[in-house]
Design a protein around this ligand. Sequence first.
Ligand SMILES: NC(=O)c1ccc[n+]([C@@H]2O[C@H](COP(=O)([O-])OP(=O)(O)OC[C@H]3O[C@@H](n4cnc5c(N)ncnc54)[C@H](OP(=O)(O)O)[C@@H]3O)[C@@H](O)[C@H]2O)c1
Length: 328
Amino acid sequence: MKTATTDQPAKELATMQAIVQDAYGEAEDVLRLEQIDRPAIGDSEVLLRVHAGGVDRGVWHLVTGLPYPVRLAGYGVRAPKTRVRGREVAGRVEAIGKDVTAFQVGDEVFGIAEGAFAEYACAQPGKLARRPETLTAIQAAAVSVSALTALQAVRDHGHLQAGQKVLVIGASGGVGTFAVQIAKAYGAEVTGVCSTTKMDLVESIGADHVIDYTRADIADGAHRYDVILDAGGNRPLRQLRGALTPRGSLVIVGGETGGRWLGGFDRSLRAPVLSRFVGPPSATCKQVRLAGRSSLISAADQVHWRCHRDAMGLGDAGRVWVLTRADL
Ligand SMILES: NC(=O)c1ccc[n+]([C@@H]2O[C@H](COP(=O)([O-])OP(=O)(O)OC[C@H]3O[C@@H](n4cnc5c(N)ncnc54)[C@H](OP(=O)(O)O)[C@@H]3O)[C@@H](O)[C@H]2O)c1
């Protein structure tokens, strides 16, 4: 990407390169690079020079518009309302609104911004933190959405305690890799579930046991868990409940195999209802997804610093990167 200099025409200074989309579809069909206007910031906002943007699973949902309820959640029914995707970000503060006191121009930061797949993006100061020198921009850009989700699942919804047994389904994914490490940091005995080729990865980030879901059943009757964090597949609630201890908790983070209409979301609706009827001594079902991704992101203000501190030292989630700048 080009860096704007004072020799360049004013129009080019006011514009930027961005990856845009005007229709829902697969990334290779609908995403393209375009020169567009730089975002304008409000009095309480920060303009970032983007160094790296992370691709979390939510990006795929918004690019494809799937499952369909995503479109009804305000992103645009027939076509995306906003053209630039990307939320996980690391970059340098380029400009600040007059009411911003938390950051100064030149600060290296990371966190959540709208439209991170561009040279510049607009962010709320409460969703940013200073980037520690120990993290590269590329590493930092992978933290925000996935690690916040993992932290909320482990701590706020799972209420995980030291010594408890936790099953992380989807342990090799964006959320699961953070969940395994945060659960270990909380002193739990962690069993990770993933496919054959990712078993080494899940073991390397600290899981005590690893189950290959292509070869073994998670509910074998022999093992029961105090907390199950479900971030992969679309297992029936009955099966998940069968793997819980009598007072265990199920936290449904998400799943990708539930079809174009519900995407597995129906389990999040049914789980709290089921929980009322099965009551103690059976399982309680909790879920994160009902709150929705946007709620999680707005909740970032409260858990922001804690999350970054907790997740930061825990390692790189092994994610896919886009828009890295060679000169920064
Ligand atoms: N509630 C929220 O606000 C929120 C926030 C972030 C994410 N999410 C949702 O949470 C889910 C996970 O997100 P992510 O970013 O971690 O996704 P991801 O990076 O795509 O990871 C998916 C994980 O699921 C595993 N998996 C796939 N099929 C499975 C099966 N049949 N049984 C067990 N595991 C299976 C994958 O394992 P292998 O790769 O080894 O096959 C991988 O570990 C997604 O549905 C996402 O939309 C929700």
